[in-house]
Design a protein around this ligand. Structure first.
Ligand SMILES: O=C(O)CCC(=O)C(=O)O
Ligand SMILES: [Fe+2]
Length: 358
């Protein structure tokens, strides 16, 4: 908050994790919640289209037969005949070539939101989801609400990163959990291999790559309210002596399960209105740039036992491939320049207004 001195507490070294009480004022938390409410909510299973496709493609032949989609749905207690599936495809314009098969390409084009909504409507229970919450996105660029812009500037100061890196990152994500909501333990961003592309720098990548991840170097998590019961953010392996994937599930205790086993997590942060926590999802490469994924950054939202829980995520996206990040930034500033050049010729103000978000 401007003109205020803030205390920053180190919560763990693995991952590098800090807590800053009072990072947002109560009024600011209220504004962010209201803006999110106005914007409207998404709900999702939190799987990428490729992941869903691969799960459904039992024969692994790269096509989804009607029977594959049908039997997948049967597993969740939904009985759909091939005819009714065809009808659904038609309804959501899924099967462009009308051959009754969905290729990965068709599946990708199919609005994954439409499909996920459909799965939810068809009775996948919310407690069975990886993430049981609603979320929405708020832009923080010029024209955005002053509170959102000011929060972004504070994130720049907090993280000591150059402005453009923060400006070119994802918008602010606001998340609302109702009573009973949770988010099982996860990494906000995946591992990077030499052939892994980052979602945000796709436009600057040369070839199509087999893997993609969001490359969220830092997560800044804001608690917008204090939760009446539960809803802690759990870091199951924070500051563990060692990290073994196997030890996450032991004697039937799955540490990733935040509905059951939060109290076994090494570290839990209690949601307090206005507090921010932030951590690094990647280690340093030792040369001043982003390196490997930090396995210890695993975290989740414990089940909310009483009341609702509101948080916001500010992710800072940086490509571990330095050259690609640079190319991407050049590309963006070039196209911003082109837009400006155009402005004199075309009355493009209306268009800009149309893109302006809350
Ligand atoms: O709700 C929380 O405490 C954690 C949220 C989270 O991990 C996320 O939204 O990625
Ligand atoms: Fe997360």
């Amino acid at each position: 908050v401007p003109d205020k001195v803030h205390e920053m507490r180190t919560l763990s070294l693995k991952p590098l994790l800090f807590e800053i009480p009072g990072f947002l004022s109560d009024a600011e938390c209220g504004v962010v919640m209201q803006l999110a409410q106005l914007k409207g909510w998404w709900r999702e299973l939190d799987l990428s289209p490729d992941e869903i496709f691969s799960l459904l493609d039992i024969s692994q032949d790269g096509q989804l037969q009607l029977s594959e989609v049908g039997s997948a749905l049967r597993g969740s207690g939904i009985w759909l005949t091939p005819e009714s599936l065809r009808e659904i495809y038609a309804g959501i314009h899924a099967d462009k070539d009308h051959n009754g098969l969905l290729s990965l390409e068709e599946f990708r084009q199919l609005s994954s939101d439409a499909f996920q909504r459909f799965l939810l409507q068809r009775g996948v229970e919310s407690s069975q989801l990886v993430r049981n919450s609603h979320h929405t996105w708020l832009e923080q660029g010029p024209g955005a609400h002053p509170v959102l812009q000011s929060v972004k500037q504070r994130v720049v100061r907090l993280t000591q990163l150059p402005d453009p890196l923060v400006d070119l990152s994802e918008p602010l994500q606001v998340v609302r959990y109702q009573q009973g909501g949770h988010y099982h333990a996860h990494h906000d961003s995946g591992p990077v291999y030499p052939e892994t592309a980052c979602t945000h720098t796709r436009p600057a990548a040369n070839a199509s790559s087999p893997f993609e991840t969001s490359c969220r170097y830092i997560t800044v998590l804001f608690y917008l309210n204090s939760v009446e019961g539960g809803g802690e953010t759990a870091f199951p392996v924070a500051d563990n002596g060692t990290y073994e994937e196997m030890s996450l599930i032991q004697n039937d205790v799955d540490l990733l399960d935040t509905r059951r086993n939060c109290e076994r997590s090494n570290l839990r942060v209690k949601p307090t209105r206005g507090t921010a926590v932030f951590w690094y999802n990647y280690l340093s490469d030792g040369k001043g740039w982003v390196g490997e994924q930090d396995q210890y950054s695993l975290h989740g939202g414990c089940v909310v036992t009483r009341g609702t829980k509101w948080v916001a995520n500010k992710w800072i996206n940086i490509d571990p491939d330095y050259q690609r990040q640079v190319r991407y930034q050049q590309l963006v500033s070039q196209s911003a320049q082109d837009d400006e050049d155009q402005e004199g010729l075309v009355a493009s103000r209306d268009m800009h207004d149309a893109h302006q978000d809350l």
